[in-house]
Design a protein around this ligand. Structure first.
Ligand SMILES: NC(=O)c1ccc[n+]([C@@H]2O[C@H](COP(=O)([O-])OP(=O)(O)OC[C@H]3O[C@@H](n4cnc5c(N)ncnc54)[C@H](OP(=O)(O)O)[C@@H]3O)[C@@H](O)[C@H]2O)c1
Length: 251
């Protein structure tokens, strides 16, 4: 395992927060966890606070002020900042004709603009070897029906990350994205009881990928889209067949 890092983890209050933090804490990382959900932050503090290396800060990292405050606080606590693990994200389903434009704005904010804001706050503090890690989905490249707001916002995130990675690599900073299908969490099992858990990804495997992408083991990766998709199958056939009658010879 590479040496411990000092990282800002935004959106740590979500489903993947705990498993990710556990994997990073196992390396001895110094971590500042942020989110708006103070109750969940308190639970994370109770779980990880004993180590002395994991702290929490209520902050909305999707707003420039909140993100800048969080980045400055991490630098003050740790004496340096080695990277950002940006777990903030949202999910929405609905056909275009039944989806208000505000839902598109929300998805763009949660999945794309939040990453821009958090990255702009963190970048000034990073030096050679710094790390930026984001989370996307294969749906960004293989979108399914009724997922346009989610898929489009993650596509924006992915393309933005790949562009930005070219800018920061000249400073020795590594930006990469983990592309996820469905991660096995208690919330997922409750919301999607029909999904076979064998096809989902264990949350710990996501945490291990984050540890890899924030450690020197990934020194060769700049602008990568790293699939951690388990055995889940995405087939373009899932996007729906042709309309009835399409492709039949004319009579
Ligand atoms: N879980 C999966 O199966 C899966 C699959 C594919 C991709 N991903 C991506 O992986 C990342 C982590 O997943 P997750 O399941 O842990 O995410 P999550 O639980 O849905 O959300 C993570 C955190 O993001 C913050 N957040 C959400 N919407 C926000 C908004 N509009 N403004 C500010 N903060 C907001 C929330 O924190 P606060 O409310 O505390 O601020 C939330 O706890 C996300 O980007 C997600 O899209 C997850």
């Amino acid at each position: 395992m590479s040496a411990p890092r000092a990282l800002l983890v935004t959106g740590a209050t979500g489903r993947l927060g705990e498993a990710t933090v556990r994997c990073l804490a196992d390396r001895g990382d110094q971590l500042l966890l942020t989110g708006r959900n103070e109750k969940r932050l308190a639970e994370l503090a109770a779980t990880f606070g004993g180590s002395g290396t994991v702290g929490t800060l209520p902050a909305d990292a999707t707003e420039p002020e909140g993100a800048q405050h969080a980045a400055a606080e991490a630098v003050q606590r740790f004496g340096r900042l080695d990277g950002l693990v940006h777990l903030v994200g949202g999910f929405s389903v609905g056909p275009v004709m039944l989806t208000d434009v505000s839902a598109y704005e929300e998805q763009l904010k949660a999945n794309f603009l939040s990453a821009v804001v958090a990255t702009q706050a963190v970048l000034p503090h990073l030096s050679e070897g710094g790390r930026l890690v984001y989370f996307g989905t294969p749906l960004a490249g293989e979108p399914l029906a009724a997922m346009s707001s989610y898929a489009a916002s993650k596509a924006a995130l992915t393309t933005w990350m790949r562009s930005m990675a070219h800018e920061v690599k000249n400073r020795g900073i590594h930006a990469n994205l983990i592309s996820l299908t469905l991660v096995d969490t208690p919330e997922m099992r409750k919301e999607m009881p029909h999904v076979d858990p064998a096809l989902t990804v264990e949350a710990e495997l996501v945490g291990r990928a984050v540890r890899f992408l924030t450690g020197t083991e990934s020194d060769g990766l700049y602008g990568g889209v790293v699939p951690v998709v388990g055995k889940f199958g995405f087939s373009s056939a899932l996007a729906g067949g042709p309309p009835p009658g399409a492709g039949r010879p004319a009579r």
